[in-house]
Design a protein around this ligand. Sequence first.
Ligand SMILES: Cc1cc2nc3c(=O)[nH]c(=O)nc-3n(C[C@H](O)[C@H](O)[C@H](O)COP(=O)(O)O)c2cc1C
Length: 192
Amino acid sequence: MPPRILVFAGSIRTGSYNARLAALVAKELARTEVEVSLISLQDYSMPLYDGDREGASGPPEAAVKLKRMLCAHHGVFIASPEYNASVAPLLKNAIDWVSRVRDGKEPPLAAYRNRAFALGAASDGSYGGMRSLMALRQILELGCGALVIPEQISVRGAAQAFDDRDDIKDPQLAGLLRTTAQRLIEVARHFA
Ligand SMILES: Cc1cc2nc3c(=O)[nH]c(=O)nc-3n(C[C@H](O)[C@H](O)[C@H](O)COP(=O)(O)O)c2cc1C
């Protein structure tokens, strides 16, 4: 069975660099035999995590929906914006809510286990969102027990990094994107 790979960005900003990166990775993956789902967190709108709310009514419907989307895929690519050297709250909140969803008697954190994750970031700054990737890797690996592949892509100077077809201009960086996508497929295949 060809692996199914889910792709999304941790930004819903109009013109988001990370949404462009996510779309480019989805395009790259779609050149292969994998089934790709590109989603936007816009369609999974959640309130800020609140333990009282969870106690009263459980996780919001959008968190349940996103958790099931993750579970329906063997690989996941996340394009992560960098806010103050860490992960943007939209993405962290979604990860936190999803970590609280349990369907039936399944073990905790089912959305993060038994699939492969790959990370990327884009920022107009000179670090290219690299520090958000370090934080996101820690959250997913240490917090959620996820397998995150070592290959990752970081797009700095993002305002100038994409051409008018939304491809990455720098050939070396474009090569790294392909390597990351290929490695994600390879590892995701083990879970298919
Ligand atoms: C609160 C806040 C903090 C930010 N901190 C950083 C930062 O630490 N490093 C960085 O490269 N960019 C930082 N930025 C700029 C974002 O990387 C930039 O807004 C980027 O375009 C966000 O990603 P997006 O284009 O996918 O929405 C920050 C932006 C905001 C709003």
